[in-house]
Design a protein around this ligand. Sequence first.
Ligand SMILES: Cc1cc2nc3c(=O)[nH]c(=O)nc-3n(C[C@H](O)[C@H](O)[C@H](O)COP(=O)(O)OP(=O)(O)OC[C@H]3O[C@@H](n4cnc5c(N)ncnc54)[C@H](O)[C@@H]3O)c2cc1C
Length: 311
Amino acid sequence: MYDLIIVGGGPAASAAAVYAARKRLKTLLIVEEWGGQSNVSADVQNWIGTPSISGVDLAKNFRAHVEKYKDNFLEILFPARATSLELTNEVVEVKLAQRGNEKQIVQGRAVLIASGARRRTLDISGAKEYDQKGLTYCASCDGPLFADKDVAVIGGGNAGFETALQLLAYCKSVTLFNRTEIFRADEVTVAAARAHPNMRILTNAVPTAVVGEQFVTGLKWKDTKTGKEELLPVEGIFVEIGLLPNTEWIGDKLEMSALKQIKVDPKTQRASHPRVWAAGDVTNGLYHQNNIAAGDAVKALEDIYMTLHRA
Ligand SMILES: Cc1cc2nc3c(=O)[nH]c(=O)nc-3n(C[C@H](O)[C@H](O)[C@H](O)COP(=O)(O)OP(=O)(O)OC[C@H]3O[C@@H](n4cnc5c(N)ncnc54)[C@H](O)[C@@H]3O)c2cc1C
């Protein structure tokens, strides 16, 4: 029986594992892949204390930092994947799949879920080919590379409009594509974007193909009202069509938001079951960044430690 089971391998799980080990909690960390989502980033420039680092090196640092604490208290299963969760008042059970050992079940007094999320990806011609060659899923990471350039944002929710507002600070022009006439974003955010002279908003506009040479040169799109196809010359395309939380393995064991994110108390990161905490992009927290994920996890660990010691 572990004190704590942590699921994940990104900034949230790595921060949690370091704190758990230092607090001498008997911990099992289940890691499918080290580093998390920004693994694919060429240059992460806002991991505090590190002005510039590739996603691959950031993942190596997470792993090295966590493995430094591998001892009688911290056990790491890698590569391994949590496949289901069972909860009672006394114990948490995680079923996991590991090569050569398909049906292992582990038990703990508490679980911290940090299995993160994945971006909903754009499924049109050229989108895969130009991924990270002008097409990106993260404005705070890659936006400054497009200073003084014409760019497009795909998605009319809050994420799309907030991305547009960030880009307007330094891009030459921003064109936002929305599938319908109705925006899912808050009206104030839409109004702020509309007020900017370099902003253009297209409604009933569906992107159909990313075009380019070595890098992106344009975005083809269709006006669904007129049926007319056009080409917008841009050097950058920012896709904000939603995040998919990695919560399928949890089933209906916890309260989730409509987007299937784990609902947590933002003061403590507690989920709806008294033995479950969650941190980072897997939660219904409003903002998603590496520093936030790590901070959430540290907050959770402080609360887990206090809870287990009170019990
Ligand atoms: C392309 C891109 C670039 C980004 N760049 C930046 C940036 O520059 N700066 C910044 O602050 N933020 C950036 N972000 C956002 C940032 O990456 C996320 O906010 C952050 O990674 C969230 O961390 P997390 O630990 O909550 O989850 P994730 O990073 O999603 O990590 C989840 C981990 O859990 C593992 N996992 C999933 N399911 C299971 C399971 N069932 N069992 C075991 N393990 C599992 C996954 O393999 C993964 O390692 C970027 C995001 C993207 C998509």
